[in-house]
Write a protein that binds this ligand. Structure first.
Ligand SMILES: [Cu+2]
Length: 154
């Protein structure tokens, strides 16, 4: 009698802890815009420590077509940013100016032109708390202006 009651309590506690780890999943939304002046509207993005996933939306608020003023959003470690930007230029527009299957690329959106927007989701399991990350547009010639810092958990 006592044992079965204890087992019931243990099962309940197990179910609760499974539920709380499920409830801890948190998608955090981030919006960033690029314009026809080759600028992002943000130079830094802070992802809170409790975000398990990021939903990033990139909007192109300009009017120029993707071939002339295309923008994307690429995330790498800061140490990888310039080599990946250079490799992205070689990858060409068919690959959104992002090197294909490159482990240095943590997340990226496709290229958008004026008036368009795009969204991606990525897991923060790829980010280290307190790590040094840079986001940028890899359209050739844009990354020297269109870049910023991304932090995770302060
Ligand atoms: Cu751009």
């Amino acid at each position: 009698m006592r044992t079965s009651k204890l087992l019931t309590i243990l099962a309940l506690a197990g179910a609760l802890s499974a539920f709380s780890s499920f409830a801890a999943a948190k998608t955090c939304s981030v919006e960033i815009a690029g314009n026809d002046q080759m600028q992002f509207d943000k130079t830094s993005i802070a992802i809170a420590a409790d975000c398990t996933e990021v939903e990033l939306t990139l909007k192109h608020t300009g009017k120029l077509p993707v071939t002339a003023m295309g923008h994307n959003w690429v995330l790498t470690k800061t140490a990888d940013f310039q080599p990946v930007a250079t490799a992205g230029a070689s990858a060409g527009p068919a690959n959104n100016y992002v090197p294909k299957d490159d482990a240095r690329v943590i997340a990226f959106t496709k290229l958008v032109g004026g008036g368009e927007s795009t969204s991606i989701k990525f897991s923060t399991s790829k980010l280290e708390k307190g790590g040094d990350y840079t986001f940028f547009c890899s359209f050739p010639g844009h990354w020297s202006l269109m870049k910023g810092k991304l932090t995770f958990g302060g």
